[in-house]
Design a protein around this ligand. Structure first.
Ligand code: ADP
Length: 162
């Protein structure tokens, strides 16, 4: 039996933390679907197409062959069902993530009992990275090259300069 997992996120922007989870999850599951959520908030930096493009670019550099990419609008459990994914992957950095993610997993289980949420602990080297802080640092002119790969850092720089 092959297992398809869906890793949803905003990826605004993709960080070394996301890429760590992606590489590790791709080892565990037969197929990993990277699902970029379309919801755009006031604090969003990158439009959906840019977030997807950067994610595709950075994941291509990892030489992983069992990943696919989608964008989705609406419920994560609906995206999982539509893709035939029985697992939702989420990363946990700290207890704040845990509190939020555990509640979300329970709500998703109530909505779709057949879809299981699997948590992966962040790696020590990347577990402090958050897209929201990357955005703040970049907007204040800081160097984000320790948190995101070069192509993503360059794109963020171009968007902020405009
Ligand atoms: P969302 O808006 O869905 O939280 P994010 O792109 O911020 O989207 O995060 C997607 C997932 O990746 C979440 O499960 C989040 O906890 C996880 N994640 C984010 N940053 C890291 C990191 N540095 N290490 C491990 N997991 C992370």
């Amino acid at each position: 039996m092959s297992t398809t997992a869906l890793y949803p996120g905003s990826f605004d922007p993709v960080t070394f933390g996301h890429l760590d989870i992606i590489a590790r999850a791709a080892h565990i599951f037969d197929t990993l679907i990277l699902a970029v959520g379309s919801h755009h908030t006031k604090t969003s930096l990158l439009p959906l197409d840019q977030r997807l493009l950067l994610l595709e670019t950075e994941v291509a550099a990892l030489n992983i062959t069992n990943v696919r990419f989608i964008t989705f609008d609406g419920l994560v459990v609906d995206a999982a069902r539509n893709q035939g994914a029985g697992v939702i992957v989420r990363g946990l950095r700290n207890t704040t993530d845990f509190d939020y993610e555990a509640q979300m997993a329970a709500m998703n289980a109530a909505l779709a009992a057949e879809v299981e949420t699997v948590f992966m602990s962040a790696s020590p080297k990347t577990g402090f990275i958050a897209s929201s802080l990357v955005k703040q640092i970049a907007r204040m002119g800081g160097d984000v090259s320790g948190f995101v790969p070069p192509a993503t850092a360059q794109k963020i720089f171009e968007i902020i300069k405009k």
